[in-house]
Write a protein that binds this ligand. Structure first.
Ligand code: ADP
Length: 296
């Protein structure tokens, strides 16, 4: 272990921000460079099953990990928690439809006097022995699989063709990706040749007791309000496929609870943090507002 060769440029800052009043300590992460974070305090995470043991075993076996589940159910927080547990830096890339293999690997940049090579996040992560988290990987361009595949199987190499360099990943390096099967369409499906390289961990919304605990811990809100938010979430989750692409995630409940904790009336908080986040359709917005009014 101990592949963090990068100098620590920015120590975590002490922030004087209203969020400091929340019960949860802010995440203290040393920023190793523009992208890599090293957590020196524990990111709060409530396990929903055996995911911690599974991730640790995959890491020890040098097997990449695929986190499957709807948005806002704790996948990113889980990876942050695991980076802290395993004491590895974390580099996160939010994938989008313009993201190319070169964006991940790196490219030559021409300055006024010279041409310099700049590592992309994937190359940085391999060199650092970091955890690389590709969030919503199906969004990325198809050519990214060319660099992901050799890293995700026994070879564990990153081919930096333009630079004429082959990087072998140290055992500390781990590739993790998230994928939301709910959004699945023919265009946005993860190919078998990609998915079969990964150990998959299935994420779902936590059960009511766990979700209550998460909302309380994250926001300091009272149990009664947390319970009503959870009921509202259940109702919207039942609307999935009937006018809604997704129901309210734990993330949205945490957002609404944060607003309520700051004195926003519950109905207004639910409208802003939940209804508007789920839909633009006036009828659906009205329906969610009515559900919220029946509870608050
Ligand atoms: P995802 O990556 O799946 O879209 P996140 O990890 O960003 O979701 O989760 C969204 C928010 O929900 C987190 O910031 C946290 O407040 C809360 N959350 C969800 N699940 C958990 C969990 N199991 N433990 C702690 N917090 C959670």
């Amino acid at each position: 272990m101990g592949h963090c060769r990068a100098p620590l440029r920015n120590e975590s800052q002490t922030l004087d921000h209203p969020s400091m009043t929340s019960k949860v300590a802010p995440l203290h992460a040393k920023v190793l460079d523009a992208e890599a974070r090293l957590f020196d305090s524990e990111p709060y995470y409530e396990p929903i099953g055996e995911e911690i043991a599974l991730f640790e075993a995959a890491y020890a076996s040098c097997l990449p990990v695929l986190l499957k589940g709807p948005t806002g159910c704790g996948k990113t927080r889980f990876v942050e928690h695991m980076a802290w547990r395993l004491k590895r830096p974390l580099i996160t890339v939010s994938c989008h439809d313009d993201l190319t293999a070169a964006d991940l690997v790196g490219r030559f940049l021409i300055t006024s006097s010279e041409t310099v090579w700049v590592d992309g996040p994937l190359a940085r992560a391999v060199r650092l022995g970091a955890i690389l988290y590709l969030d919503e990987v199906v969004e990325a361009r198809k050519d990214t699989t060319v660099v992901i595949h050799p890293l995700a199987d026994d070879r564990r190499i990153l081919s930096m063709e333009k630079r004429g360099e082959l990087l072998a990943a140290p055992p500390e390096f781990l590739l993790a990706m998230s994928y939301n099967p709910g959004y699945q369409s023919v265009l946005k499906e993860l190919k078998q040749s990609t998915r079969q390289r990964f150990v998959a961990i299935d994420f779902r919304y936590p059960d009511a007791d766990l979700e209550r605990k998460i909302i309380e811990t994250e926001t300091g809100i009272d149990v009664a309000t947390a319970d009503q938010l959870i009921k509202l979430a259940r109702m919207t989750r039942n609307l999935k496929g009937n006018g809604l692409d997704e129901g309210a995630s734990t993330r949205l409940l945490v957002h609404a609870a944060k607003l309520i904790a700051r004195g926003i009336a519950p109905r207004a908080a639910c409208h802003g943090a939940i209804a508007e986040a789920l839909s633009d359709d006036p009828e659906m917005l009205r329906a969610i507002d009515e559900l919220a009014s029946s509870l608050f």
